[in-house]
Design a protein around this ligand. Sequence first.
Ligand code: DQA
Length: 142
Amino acid sequence: MNILVVNGPNLNFLGRREPEVYGKQSYHDLVNFLLAYGEMKKIDIEVYQSNSEGEIIDIIQNNYHRFDALVINPAAYTHYSYAIYDCIKSIPIPAVEVHLSNINEREDFRKISVTGKVCVATFLGKGFNSYIDAFKYLQKEE
Ligand code: DQA
């Protein structure tokens, strides 16, 4: 199985941004953690990150054809990006949304997920392990 992982804005600041919410590990730690899991479970994983909405869409449009599924943490775009919603809707592979934090237990604006409406599942609140839950879900579906 091949999985495309796309991370949105400010996730490159992991470890530095609100460690009480997102933990002390860096973005580099996240990428290494995901790649190590992929190697162990024989899943080909490629991980991208962008702080820009258009670039996230370009990454998905230019790469989806090489993958069986998309795992996406759209970060703040989750809550208002109809452009990323349309992009996910337009690709013929399943998308799973992930969040490090539990967006349902934070500020009210985070309780709305626009992008989650076009994803087959959402995993949240488990830090890096939210991504692992998404991989496990997709492997079961395979
Ligand atoms: C996040 C939650 C979003 O609300 C926030 O804007 C992020 C990270 C998470 O992984 O918990 O940047 O997607």
